[in-house]
Design a protein around this ligand. Structure first.
Ligand code: FPP
Length: 236
C-alpha cells in the first residue's frame, strides 16, 4: 500500500518498446535494449530518490525464449554484463536485488551471476529491485500450486487452510508487498502474464513513451498521475 505522501511503495514496470524505438531511429533492435539499460538505471535512481521501496522490472518473460536465438543470446549477454558492471553501484546505493522467475533454463554462467548479485546486495535497505527473469505469472502460479499440493499430500497443510495468504507465501514474490502501480510503456494496454495475482488492486498506467525514452522525467510523471488516483480496494 502506498505511503502518506502518496508515493507508491511498489512500482512494477513492463519495459516495452525497445525494438520499435530502435526501428524508428533506423537502428538495430539490440541498440534499443542497450538504451533500455540506461532507462533501467535512471528509474532505479529516481525510485530511490522519491522513496519508492520496491521496483519490479519485467526483463525477460518465459515467452521471450521464442525470439530469434541471436536476440536471446544478445539479451542474456546484456543482462550478465549490466548486472556485473552495476553491482558495486547498487551496493553503494543500498539497493537489494531479488530475482523472480524460473532458474532452471539459464546457462550456468547466467545462473551464477544472478545468484552472485542477490548474495552481494542482500544488505541493501533503501530499495529492493526485483528483476523478473524467465518469469510469467501463470508459470509462477503453477509452480506455487504444485508446492502447495505437495504439502497437502505430505500432510503438512490441510486443503481448507489454503487461503490468499498461503498462496501469496508460495509465489516467487513471497514477502514482497503487492505492486501499487503497474506501468507498461509503449502504449500497449495488457499485462501479458505479469504479476496477475499480485496486480489485483494495482493502479495501471500505460504511457505512449517507448522504454528507452522512459527516464526520470517520465518516472516522475507516473508518480504524479498515481498521486491523483483514488484507491478504494472494493470499498466506498
Ligand atoms: C521489450 O521490448 C524489452 C525486452 C524484452 C527486454 C528488456 C530488457 C532490457 C531493457 C534490459 C534490462 C537489463 C537489466 C539488467 C534489467 P521489445 O523488444 O518487446 O520491443 P518491441 O515491442 O518494440 O519490439
Amino acid at each position: 500500500m502506498g505511503n502518506e505522501k502518496n508515493i507508491p511503495t511498489h512500482i512494477a514496470i513492463i519495459m516495452d518498446g525497445n525494438g520499435r524505438w530502435a526501428k524508428s531511429k533506423g537502428k538495430e533492435r539490440f541498440e534499443g535494449h542497450i538504451e533500455g539499460v540506461v532507462s533501467v538505471k535512471a528509474c532505479i535512481k529516481a525510485a530511490r530518490k522519491r522513496g519508492v521501496r520496491y521496483l519490479t522490472l519485467y526483463a525477460f518473460s518465459t515467452e521471450n525464449w521464442g525470439r530469434p536465438q541471436a536476440e536471446v543470446d544478445a539479451l542474456m549477454q546484456l543482462f550478465c554484463k549490466s548486472v556485473t558492471k552495476e553491482t558495486p553501484e547498487l551496493i553503494e546505493q543500498g539497493v537489494r536485488v531479488q530475482i523472480i522467475g524460473r532458474r532452471d533454463r539459464f546457462s550456468e554462467e547466467v545462473r551464477e551471476r544472478l545468484l552472485h548479485i542477490e548474495e552481494s546486495t542482500k544488505e541493501g535497505d533503501k530499495l529492493t529491485l526485483v528483476l523478473a527473469f524467465d518469469y510469467s505469472s501463470r508459470d509462477e502460479l503453477v509452480r506455487a500450486t504444485r508446492t502447495v499440493a505437495d504439502k497437502v499430500q505430505r500432510g503438512e497443510l490441510r486443503a481448507e487452510e489454503i487461503n490468499d495468504a498461503v498462496i501469496s507465501a508460495h509465489l516467487d514474490t513471497a514477502g514482497i508487498p503487492d505492486p501499487d502501480l503497474i506501468i507498461r510503456t509503449s502504449g500497449e494496454c495488457r499485462l501479458s502474464n505479469f504479476l496477475l495475482w499480485q496486480a489485483s488492486y494495482a493502479e495501471m498506467y500505460f504511457p505512449q513513451t517507448m522504454w528507452p525514452d522512459f527516464r526520470e522525467e517520465e518516472f516522475d510523471k507516473a508518480l504524479e498521475i498515481y498521486a491523483l488516483r483514488e484507491r478504494r480496494y472494493g470499498l466506498l
